[in-house]
Design a protein around this ligand. Structure first.
Ligand code: DC
Length: 222
């Protein structure tokens, strides 16, 4: 069974998706980490991200993969776990800019689909229910008000970036959402058959309970 969880940043996808996968005994795939891993590789290569022809050529030699380990997929760049290097706003912005390019999306599409053939999966991202796993048995689209999403991002990032200002986080978030939702290829939007969940007034435990109940009901019916 494949469960897809899409939505903008700060909607509360990451922790809930991870915990849902754990409770269901499914593998967990964070597809944003693949986009971020690709952005990190581009940064390290000194690539001009706006030059689509160079990006497409560069992708052919890129050694990026998602490897299953202990119930989740690790994103490996040239065999190295990228996790310590990708959780910052600079990489997030570059990932968002690169994700508008057809060659990038095509490259990562096959990596994501390969994860889906290995067994039960919770896949989190922007286009899981619409493009990557259109036949998934359970689809969710999480959202929250921009102000609440910015507050959540601020809390997450604040510890590592002491000078951070909430207004800047909100501006960055709005810019990235706007780009993710308005791009021509696989824009951020709910699948027609997705369950919409507004998490603005819900805590993580409430969102998790809601998703778990729905997945169990769907699995029982399958
Ligand atoms: O979920 P995240 O913040 O780690 O994602 C970083 C960027 O990657 C996001 O702004 C857009 C892109 N992305 C995408 O286009 N499609 C996905 N399935 C996941 C992420």
């Amino acid at each position: 069974m494949v469960v897809t969880i899409d939505g903008p940043s700060g909607a509360g996808k990451s922790t809930v998706s991870r915990k849902l996968a754990l409770l269901l005994g499914f593998a967990f795939l964070d597809t944003g980490a693949l986009y971020r891993g690709l952005a990190l590789a581009a940064q390290w290569a000194g690539l001009d991200a706006s030059d689509e022809t160079s990006v497409a050529a560069w992708l052919e030699g890129l050694d990026l993969m998602a490897r299953p380990q202990d119930g989740r997929f690790l994103v490996l760049l040239e065999g190295r776990d990228v996790e310590p290097f990708i959780r910052n706003e600079q990489i997030a912005g570059l990932a968002s800019r690169l994700s508008t390019q057809a060659a990038v999306r095509g490259h990562l599409l096959s990596l994501q689909r390969q994860a889906g053939v290995l067994g039960d999966l919770v896949a989190e991202g922007r286009d899981m229910g619409t493009v990557v796993f259109p036949r998934a048995e359970a689809k969710f689209f999480l959202n929250a008000s921009p102000a609440e999403r910015a507050r959540r991002r601020f809390r997450e990032l604040g510890a590592q970036q002491p000078g951070l200002i909430l207004e800047d986080v909100l501006a960055d978030l709005n810019q990235r959402d706007q780009r993710d939702a308005s791009r021509a290829l696989s824009p951020l939007r709910p699948a027609a058959d997705a369950t919409l969940v507004d998490t603005t007034l819900l805590d993580q435990a409430q969102v998790l309970a809601l998703l778990l109940e729905k997945v169990r009901a769907l699995a029982g019916r399958a």
